[in-house]
Design a protein around this ligand. Structure first.
Ligand code: UD1
Length: 401
């Protein structure tokens, strides 16, 4: 077993066979002076998914050398390696291996910054591309900015205007740090303009998730997890945000509502590691007795579930974008959203907005299901044209090298 695997086994008790094959390579790459160098940054599950098409598009250019960094923020095989396989992401050139249980945000951000600075100093890229709003995104963008490297931010400009969310803090700071802002839609560009970002630095080119979906669309399954699944007649649930799972009473109340729902319609719930830990710690496993639970699932399975669900119930930003593309109504387990235009009417109700609840949202959805479906379908092309977004972003990036 190599040292990295050994350390990981000590921390997480994984067997060596589970040890992540994408965490092995460690070498300095000599710069090809005829090529411009771009560093693409990965670290969490949504970044593996949403950066895959950008990586494929950049890899097509002969005059661009692409280096991939993986911070290791997500380290379980089912949260990381599986997506490299499904989306054919090349092995990272550098792995920071910051994986650690229950570290604070400051510790995680700091550890990533220290490793990023070291790698960026030796790699000297012409552009550093970060995506989304996670600690990985902020930490690498901050390290790169301090080294006066050009930072491009994909998924720029989304705002829920609630700074109690770590992701919102990260997004706001990223607007200051990035030099190039790839906003998915015009309303996100507006947010950036309000914050003083220069118009010429913002490019509205869609969201690469439409290309990620296109990569696997021919592999989607009719019925998952069981052949007996009734299409269009189940709820697909995911849950991981700190404000929903870290508080025992809140988590208990969500699980109680889901369990009541499951009396009438199947509820399929793959459980995020963070949520799993909280369920165990708070002794809430019994609340799941009538829910179809499983460990985190792959991208093909997740999209298959979204495509055929009656509705998605989730606090995930990624699932909202994917539900938009498939036109599947959603109930968002949050009081606010970065996509208020989708939260009008019944397409995507906010379960924790004032005076609302999961039960109330489900009742309203059931009574207005056809309207909800039509409203959500209107957003199926909102995030861009498949097979165009990533190539347009990559071409733009190359044009400014
Ligand atoms: C992070 C992102 C969030 C994103 C989500 C997708 C930040 C601030 N949050 O939240 O925006 O929507 O990823 O999943 O960056 N853990 C494991 N195994 C893993 C990964 C995490 O056990 O593979 C554990 C960690 O040890 C920690 C907890 O889950 O105890 C939280 O992990 P972390 O990556 O900090 O945040 P997420 O909740 O996944």
């Amino acid at each position: 077993m190599d040292k990295a695997c050994h350390d990981r086994t000590q921390i997480h008790g994984n067997s060596s066979s589970e040890c992540f094959k994408y965490a092995k390579k460690e070498q300095i790459k000599l710069k090809d002076m005829n090529k411009k160098r771009i560093v693409a940054v990965l670290g969490t599950r949504p970044q593996f998914i949403e950066m895959a098409p950008i990586i494929h598009a950049l890899n097509k250019f002969n005059d661009v050398e692409l280096l991939i960094y993986n911070t290791g923020q997500h380290y379980d095989r089912l949260m990381s390696e599986i997506f490299f396989d499904e989306l054919s992401i090349p092995e990272p050139d550098t792995n920071f291996e910051v994986a650690a249980d229950s570290v604070s945000h400051a510790e995680q951000t700091g550890m990533i910054m220290i490793k990023a600075e070291k790698s960026l100093l030796s790699d000297k890229p012409d552009i550093v591309v970060v995506e989304g709003d996670t600690n990985t995104t902020l930490a690498v963008a901050l390290a790169a900015s301090k080294l006066k490297l050009k930072v491009a931010h994909i998924e720029a400009g989304g705002r829920c205007f609630d700074k109690t969310l770590p992701e919102e803090l990260n997004r706001v700071l990223l607007a200051d740090l990035a030099d190039i802002h790839y906003a998915p839609v015009e309303s996100h560009k507006k947010n950036l303009l309000h914050e003083g970002v220069d118009n010429s630095a913002i490019h509205v080119l869609g969201h690469p998730v439409v290309d990620s979906i296109a990569i696997v669309s021919s592999r989607l399954k009719e019925r998952f997890p069981s052949e007996k699944m009734e299409l269009g007649n189940y709820f697909y649930v995911t849950l991981h945000r700190d404000f929903n799972v870290d508080n025992p009473l809140k988590l208990q109340s969500i699980l109680k509502d889901l369990s009541e729902l499951a009396e009438k319609r199947t509820v399929v719930f793959p459980i995020h590691p963070r949520t799993q830990k909280c369920i165990q710690e708070f002794g809430l496993s019994d609340s799941l007795h009538n829910i179809t639970t499983m460990r985190p699932i792959g991208y093909v399975e997740s999209l298959s579930l979204i495509k055929h669900a009656y509705a998605v119930i989730s606090d995930s930003g990624g699932l909202l974008k994917e539900s938009m593309v498939f036109g599947t109504p959603m109930i968002t387990l949050r009081p606010n959203t970065e996509w208020p235009e989708v939260a009008q009417g019944f397409a995507n109700q906010l379960a924790f907005a004032r005076g609302n609840s999961i039960t109330k949202c489900v009742q309203l959805l059931t009574r207005n299901y056809d309207v909800a479906k039509v409203s959500m379908k209107k957003f199926s092309t909102y995030l861009g044209t498949p097979n165009k977004v990533a190539s347009n972003i990559a071409s733009h990036m190359r044009s400014i090298l």
